[in-house]
Design a binder for this molecule. Sequence first.
Ligand code: HXC
Length: 271
Amino acid sequence: MSPSAHVVPIVDSTSVFMPDIFKGKVLFCTGGGSGICRGMTEAMMRHGANAAIVGRKLDRLTQAAKELSEATGQECIPTQADVRYPAQLKDAVAKTIAKFGRIDYVICGAAGNFLVPISGMSENAFKTVMEIDTIGSFNTIKATLEHVRASKGAYIHVSATLHYNGTPFQAHVSAAKAGVDALSAVLAVEEGPNGVRSNVIAPGPIAGTEGMDRLSPKSEAPALNGYPAGRMGVVGDIGNATIFLFSGAAAYITGQVLPVDGGTMHLQSTF
Ligand code: HXC
């Protein structure tokens, strides 16, 4: 699959938010090479931010950074790192500071996922997702916090809604995202006095992303019938929530979880 195969057009947001609200600001986004986090980065860049995107695969990052820069007119740089390794993240942060001189916003979005029941899940499979999602978010916070304090900036953690109930085959991700939610809340409380905010976006089913493809490769058509909003989400829906939460309009919102799921978490099964 080509690097840009999962790009879903951003929904129109420039008619809602001022196009230059993040002018002069810098975003650091783990997982920004693809899927939802790439869309979040695009949304921020379309509103004036420059960005560093972080991931394991340099070729995908480089291609994504080029496409994002061309599409938005802002600067995006690829910074290769595996979020499981603090030293790699510190290098990515140093590269970002060398290029842009600051970090205002951080998206902790790098995540792993696959469908497997607990009975069939190896210890290493569970540990791997915990290490990427939860420990990787902690590592990202540690690597960036001094810069986010300096800019009185903000964090958004990309979580999920599946851990609000018992979602089969998702024990690893459910445990990991519950940890992410808790981590964000503590960060918000501890760093609020330093001018730093931290919130969580909990995406529902978002069409056209690698995560969604892996979870339900053939599900889009039948699932549409059951969605309260009448459609699946698109990456641009998460982009709009990102712009809002990073903007001054959300200055008094911290330590919160914002589900962006078209109401699916409230959907009651009929059997
Ligand atoms: C069972 C699996 C597996 C699978 C990996 N493992 N894939 N077990 N079924 N499909 C096991 C391996 O066997 C191994 O355990 C352990 O996990 C580590 O696997 P590796 O491949 O060695 O690790 P690594 O190369 O680091 O890659 C792991 C991974 C990758 C990053 C988790 O497998 C992966 O899933 N990438 C997908 C990234 C992705 O889709 N991101 C979007 C997430 S969306 P053993 O015991 O054999 O050593 C998301 C949102 C959720 O999170 C909400 C949506 C609604």
